[in-house]
Design a protein around this ligand. Structure first.
Ligand SMILES: C[S@@+](CC[C@H](N)C(=O)[O-])C[C@H]1O[C@@H](n2cnc3c(N)ncnc32)[C@H](O)[C@@H]1O
Length: 285
């Protein structure tokens, strides 16, 4: 039984799909991360989508991405002393309780209102154990990231004067290019020196790949088409004020974890479907 799930936007259901992928990984003896809450928040919807979208290369990407971002988040808060973290389109992310956080971190989870309501209802059935390493404060902020959302974040306690770690995982391909550009620009405007952005993107060629046609058609039928990709994420990020510090394709060293079964095409080869994982910083004046 999934309370209030029927009112979620179609794109929000993809958060239950990625949670289902994390649940399956977490239940492997050789798992590359552990999300003990993923099965609960994935619900029946997530597992149904896992079957419906089976065969695309997205599941291995979700697994590699989860682990890459876990490592990058933990490293960033530890090494850079950032105490304000915003999950942009958090979905069914359970990092607030499954990662080990330093004292004093406030985590903001931005997403659509119905998604956050559904997540809270699912977790209320079986509340997570708060371990000693759980984040000090976790605040759900219902927003539409394609419109104005900054005031809601500020009202929840966000301080643009402090450095922020922004995490945008599994979001950009669902938005039109002008919205992605505007969103990255807004994140930059709210970023004090020392802020960091961790995210992922897909290439233009992925959207047009004949082998991905079936998957793209099903996404479209489900009301959550992929709309945006870029073959030059460094240039795209730079045009929005972000300096790429690390950019990896899944399968490369530091972004494989034994879960990427495909060859890694060199960047010099044009028009190849590929995904990108990146860590970026703000340009100093
Ligand atoms: C594939 S899920 C990713 C969720 C999570 N970050 C993860 O990796 O599992 C995409 C998320 O983007 C959110 N989203 C898409 N468009 C949005 C919008 N305009 N405003 C707020 N959230 C949005 C959806 O609700 C959903 O939670």
């Amino acid at each position: 039984m999934e309370p209030v799930n029927q009112v979620m936007e179609p794109v929000s259901k993809t958060a239950q799909w990625t949670a289902a992928a994390r649940a399956m990984e977490s239940e492997r003896p050789d798992r590359i991360f552990h999300d003990p809450y993923a099965r609960l928040v994935a619900g029946e919807t997530g597992f149904a989508l896992l079957e419906r979208y089976a065969g695309s290369a997205v599941v291995p990407f979700v697994l590699v991405r989860s682990r890459y971002m876990d490592d990058a988040i933990v490293r960033t808060v530890q090494e850079r002393g950032i105490r304000q973290v915003v999950l942009v389109a958090a979905g069914m992310d359970m990092r607030s309780v499954r990662l080990t956080w330093p004292e004093g971190v406030t985590l903001y989870e931005l997403d659509r209102p119905a998604l956050l309501e559904t997540k809270a209802a699912l977790l209320a059935e079986n509340p997570p154990q708060r371990s000693a390493g759980a984040v000090s404060r976790c605040r759900a902020v219902p927003v539409d990231l394609a419109a104005a959302w900054q005031d809601e974040l500020r009202a929840a306690g966000f301080d643009a004067g402090q450095p922020t770690l922004w995490v945008a995982e599994g979001l950009f391909f669902f938005l039109p290019e002008d919205v992605v550009r505007g969103l990255l620009g807004s994140l930059h405007e709210l970023s004090a020196p020392g802020s960091v952005l961790i995210g992922d993107m897909t290439s233009q060629a992925t959207l047009k790949n004949p082998l991905a046609k079936g998957f793209m058609r099903v996404l479209m039928e489900d009301g959550n088409p992929w709309l945006f990709g870029t073959d030059d994420p460094e240039e795209f990020l730079a045009s929005c004020g972000w300096v790429t510090r690390e950019l990896l394709q899944p399968g490369e060293e530091g972004a494989s974890f034994g879960r990427w079964p495909y060859p890694v095409p060199p960047r010099s080869v044009p028009n190849v479907p590929r995904s990108f994982l990146f860590t970026a910083g703000v340009r100093s004046a």
